[in-house]
Design a protein around this ligand. Structure first.
Ligand code: ATP
Ligand code: MG
Length: 327
């Protein structure tokens, strides 16, 4: 590999949303120009919330097809499935032995996702597996949405603690968070982030939603009192729509406000819907072509996993030797 390395993953918990697209996948596509990229489908993470073998299995191929449809180039980069590389789970155990209980208890994603009674230990240890996913490949930069920032900070803390104990083993990675698409909020509750695993389908736009559904969902979005298209803390609903529009159209928040200065909320919602529909149309067309060819997709994932395995095997061997559990 000649360039710097970027690494990131996405869970096969569902078809991804415009939140995932604007917060993460769009950056993945752009970063391919300057980085050697390693992307993975984080199916071990999905076990924390999904216990449905058929669904999990099918969604892996759908996510792979969608990533390719969005512009991920699997010839020049690595795309693999997390569970095909046993070193993630092995390093995760090692890192768990170097992570404080209190550190994991402070993670906001754990607090959010553990509100039900059915809280498994995997959900608690999720950030350590994520640290292993990252540190195993010694990447330079991690393109993520803002919701993962706290987890990445923990990854850095664990890596530094490890390096202090055993000498320089891990590279300390930097996050890359896109400015406008940083955190897209739910369409039905702008205080919560948009999530593909949400039970309320109106809370998110999936990248495979039909134009009719996209328009319907945007028309229903929660907005605020007042009538100005203005980005502000007091207007979380309309600010979220401004963020989506500016990010999709590649213009700034200010430019978006200016463009829709004298427009009603109702018409603005229609314009946002149209911009999203136009952006997603070519992605959807490509997706439906690619998903037909399951053998092609499986081959790509197997080839990617082979490449990832050889890096992971070498790096974990080094780590095991350094910490004294391998001769
Ligand atoms: P789940 O609800 O199952 O956790 P998710 O929508 O949060 O699904 P993930 O697979 O956990 O998606 O995350 C994939 C990538 O998308 C991560 O980099 C994450 O930071 C980013 N991301 C997730 N939700 C958003 C959002 N609402 N806005 C911006 N980026 C997001
Ligand atoms: Mg998530």
């Amino acid at each position: 590999m000649k360039k710097k390395i970027a690494l990131s993953g996405i869970q096969p918990t569902g078809i991804f949303t415009i939140g995932n697209y604007l917060g993460a996948i769009n950056s993945w596509v752009k970063m391919q120009e300057d980085y050697d990229c390693i992307f993975f489908i984080a199916n071990m993470h999905s076990l924390t919330t999904i216990k449905d073998p058929e669904y999990l299995n099918k969604t892996i191929l759908k996510i792979a097809a969608l990533l390719i449809a969005c512009g991920i180039n699997t010839k020049e980069n690595i795309l693999y499935v997390q569970s095909m590389i046993p070193q993630h789970a092995e390093l995760s155990w090692v890192l768990q032995c170097h992570t404080q209980f209190g550190e994991l208890g402070r993670m906001t994603q754990f607090k959010d996702k553990s509100k039900s009674n059915n809280v498994n230990v995997g959900l608690f240890c999720y950030p350590v597996l994520m640290a292993a996913d990252i540190l195993l490949y010694k990447p330079d930069v991690i393109p993520i949405g803002e919701d993962q920032k706290q987890h990445l900070e923990l990854t850095k803390t664990i890596a530094k603690r490890f390096n202090n104990l055993y000498g320089e083993i891990f590279k300390i990675p930097k996050e890359f968070i896109p400015q406008t698409g940083a955190k897209i909020m739910s369409l039905t509750n702008p205080e919560k982030k948009m999530s593909k695993s949400s039970e309320n389908k109106n809370s998110y736009i999936s990248v495979l939603d039909s134009p009719e559904d996209i328009l319907k969902k945007f028309k229903k979005t929660v907005t605020d009192s007042g009538s100005e298209i203005k980005f502000s803390k007091e207007k979380p609903g309309i600010s979220n729509l401004i963020k989506i529009y500016s990010s999709i159209s590649n213009i700034t928040i200010k430019e978006t406000e200016e463009k829709f200065k004298n427009i009603s909320y109702k018409d603005f919602k229609i314009s946002v819907a149209e911009a999203v529909i136009n952006k997603l149309q070519p992605i959807q067309n490509k997706y439906y072509e690619i998903i037909e060819n399951k053998d092609f997709l499986i081959k790509i994932l197997e080839e990617g996993s082979k490449k990832a395995f050889s890096i992971a095997e070498k790096n974990l061997n080094e780590i095991y030797k350094k910490i004294g559990i391998k001769f």
